[in-house]
Design a protein around this ligand. Structure first.
Ligand code: SAM
Length: 282
């Protein structure tokens, strides 16, 4: 993982960039999700989240639900739950069945202690005030309520970061070009427990390491292109860099048989302090 400049960090959490560009529809998110098809071992993330929710009844809110990967799975496998999707972007919610809300995780339109579990999956690195958002998630959860968060580790997909810097360097005539924007570094797997500990107890981190092996550069091209919303911060012509990175990846595949990417994702679970029975039992 590369480390961002202050300007890049601000842009990763810029609501206009997120809602109107990066997640205006599901195109870029889907490109990043689809690269995991080539990962070993494969993790069924929606099934893992459903497993973590096994003891939960009542209302579950998916904050930053995106294109509904997790909601769709839960609607099928946990029809007993009252599921609510919420996202900053109206566009990405277009194809999701109700109830879905367009709202900011930093000011949830939900009553205190009204929710049994909250999902915040690969989204807390996008909020500008991470501690305040974590306090907000705790506010809407009942005492003893469950939060499931997910993010990536500091070294996740570092081969793609290196590929970008090398390609950018060639274009600019430098030994090493500028690094690409990092999305998850603001709330990485390493930083997340410290943030969550301010409002939650019993934090567990489940590491999900893996290796993506590609014999076709197309998923790399699509992954790099999915950062288009932040292209203006790349200090190098964006599309030209992607084109050159694709050429470099193609050469690596031809000479080494494959382009491999090391992944380090993870899921965190924790609870609000106190215990009360789940909403349905009250
Ligand atoms: C990387 S996607 C993750 C989507 C989904 N949770 C998943 O894991 O597949 C991040 C999502 O969070 C949403 N998001 C970003 N900032 C947000 C905020 N302040 N409030 C609500 N949603 C936000 C984005 O619009 C986007 O849909």
């Amino acid at each position: 993982m590369t480390s961002n400049t202050t300007q890049q960090d601000a842009a990763v959490a810029d609501k206009a960039i997120l809602a109107e560009h990066a997640y205006a529809d599901e195109r870029h998110l889907a490109a990043r999700q689809s690269i995991y098809r080539w990962q070993q071992p494969r993790y069924d993330l929606p099934a893992i989240v459903a497993e973590e929710l096994a003891a939960v009844t009542g209302t579950v809110v998916d904050v930053g639900c995106g294109n509904g990967t997790f909601l769709n799975h839960l609607r099928t496998h946990r029809p007993d739950l009252h599921l609510v999707g919420l996202d900053l972007s109206a566009g990405i919610l277009t194809h999701l069945p109700p109830p879905v809300l367009v709202a900011d995780a930093q000011t949830l339109p939900l009553a205190d202690h009204s929710v049994d579990a909250v999902l915040a999956l690969h989204m807390l690195y996008h909020v500008s005030d991470i501690p305040a958002t974590i306090t907000e998630l705790a506010r809407v959860l009942r005492p003893g309520g469950l939060l499931i968060a997910s993010t990536n580790g500091d070294t996740d997909k570092h081969e793609l970061d290196q590929l970008w810097s090398t390609a950018a360097g060639h274009i600019l005539g430098l030994l090493e070009g500028p690094t690409r924007v990092s999305l998850s570094s603001r709330f990485s797997l390493e930083k997340a427990p410290g943030y969550l500990a301010e409002a939650f107890t019993g934090i567990r981190v489940r590491h999900l390491p893996g290796t993506i092996t590609l014999t076709d550069p197309a998923p790399i091209t699509a992954h790099l292109a999915s950062y288009e919303a932040w292209a203006h911060l790349s200090d190098v012509p964006f599309h030209q860099t992607i084109h050159h990175a694709t050429d470099l990846a193609t050469t690596a595949i031809e000479t080494q048989g494959a382009f491999t990417i090391t992944c380090h994702g993870g899921i965190l679970t924790c609870h609000t302090p106190g215990t009360t029975p789940p909403a349905q039992a009250r």
